[in-house]
Design a binder for this molecule. Structure first.
Ligand code: NDP
Ligand code: MG
Length: 390
């Protein structure tokens, strides 16, 4: 019987995966090894019971008594803390989804890679912060990483058996998020609530705000560069308000192929779950006649400076990805907490990149988790100090 683990089960991607696994189990049993979550203890316990998980883990030690109480009499083990989440990831399972948000996903994801497992990766931060490390270790341990970010799943599907030298460039699409059509002068006054509404996708709050700032697309550019080993100048962003085309691959013969689907994460999760097969999924089929029109344009980098920062980071290499990722997380925390404005996030991240780039060894790709976390810490401090020095 196939076994699965979901890291970040209580989040938006985790819920979609739960839905697919519960349905699939009805036909062909799937054994659930571990489910991990954070604050949402009631939902974690409910999911663990519904799937008959071996263990449920919360990232927060102070919530362990609540989790234990919620699982009393079920026979399901419980544990808490970052180390327990990583231990859950290290337990053998045939397929492990990393759907934790932020750099916290890195250590558990690496555990899956170290045991040579199949890692379905929604946590793009893993590749942004530690792309070289993760890809090198995966090659050594023969772990298999399957992209779950919709654009990267699309590229993965489009590339198939194509030879790298035939690919001219790839394009990932961006909806433009909440402020696509706002006048530029209104952006500094954007509130957290306004930034937290996505026109097409229903996602966690952090990635939704990152969509409005396009830091999400910035992370995805780096993710594509690291995962597919494509040079930065061959990866483009295409503004596409309808979010129907997820990615395009353009070949040297002048033709392009595109991947289309309704904006539902169960496509990409289901594709990774069933790979290398393609199974039926409980998702409405795309009806282009009903969609009517698809629009495309080039994104304006004055509105979305995060895209320029991503290109600079890809060119710089070394620790730049770890710094961008952590500085962005700090700037996002500061925006959500009301300490900085929406339009301050990109300058805070740029400031952190400039500051940290002066440190020795910045040009060297981190070779282990500790080194990634060292740059991560330094970047958070630098981004957090931006307001003071600006
Ligand atoms: P959510 O915020 O909805 O969920 C995050 C999950 O991680 C929850 O289970 C949460 O627990 C848990 N979590 C939060 N903090 C920690 C921590 N410090 N340690 C361990 N677990 C933690 O995020 P999304 O589902 O939106 O996104 C998850 C990842 O997938 C992100 O990397 C995102 O960029 C990526 N992604 C998301 C897409 C989407 O459609 N949402 C699309 C493509 C990629 P709890 O909620 O219980 O506190
Ligand atoms: Mg995406």
């Amino acid at each position: 019987m196939r076994s699965v683990t979901i890291l970040g089960a209580t989040g938006s991607v985790g819920e979609s995966a739960f839905d697919l696994i519960r349905r699939a189990s009805a036909e062909q049993p799937i054994r659930t090894v571990a489910l991990t979550g954070g604050h949402n203890i009631a939902r974690l316990a409910e999911m663990a019971q519904a799937l008959g998980a071996e263990i449920a883990v919360t990232a927060w030690p102070e919530l362990l008594p609540d989790l234990r109480a919620a699982l009393t009499g079920t026979g399901i083990e419980s544990a808490a803390g970052a180390a327990a989440v990583a231990e859950a990831a290290a337990r053998p399972a045939d397929w492990t989804l990393s759907a934790i948000v932020g750099a916290a996903g890195l250590a558990p994801g690496l555990q899956v890679i170290e045991r040579g497992g199949v890692l379905a990766l929604a946590n793009k931060e893993t590749l942004v912060a530690a792309g070289r490390l993760v890809m090198d270790r995966a090659a050594q341990t023969r772990a298999r990483i399957l992209p779950v970010d919709s654009e990267h799943s699309a590229i993965f599907q489009l590339l198939g058996q194509e030879k790298a030298e035939c690919v001219e460039h790839i394009s990932i699409t961006a909806s433009g998020g909440a402020f696509r059509d706002w006048p530029l002068e209104r952006l500094p006054h954007a509130t957290v609530a306004e930034a937290s509404c996505h026109p097409n996708w229903n996602m966690g709050q952090r990635i939704t705000i990152d969509s409005a700032s396009m830091f999400n697309k910035a992370l995805e550019l780096i993710e594509a560069h690291e995962f597919f080993n494509i040079p930065p100048e061959r990866i483009r962003v295409l503004l596409h308000p309808q979010s129907i085309v997820h990615a395009m691959v353009s070949f040297r013969d002048g033709s392009s192929t595109a991947h289309l689907g309704l904006p539902d994460m169960r496509h990409a999760i289901g594709y990774a779950l069933n790979w290398p097969e393609r199974h039926a999924l409980p998702i409405a089929a795309l009806d282009l006649a009903q969609v009517g029109r698809l629009d495309f344009s080039a994104p304006d980098e004055r509105r979305w400076p995060a895209l320029r920062l991503a290109r600079e980071v890809m060119q710089a290499g070394g620790a730049a990805g770890a710094v961008l990722n952590a500085a962005k997380e700090q700037a996002l925390d500061d925006f959500i907490a009301g300490r900085i404005r929406f339009t301050d996030m990109a300058p805070a991240v740029e400031h952190a990149l400039e500051q940290v780039a002066r440190a020795s060894d910045f040009a060297k790709s981190p070779g282990d988790l500790e080194t990634v976390l060292y740059w991560d810490d330094m970047a958070r401090v630098a981004a957090g100090a931006w307001k003071v020095t600006a």
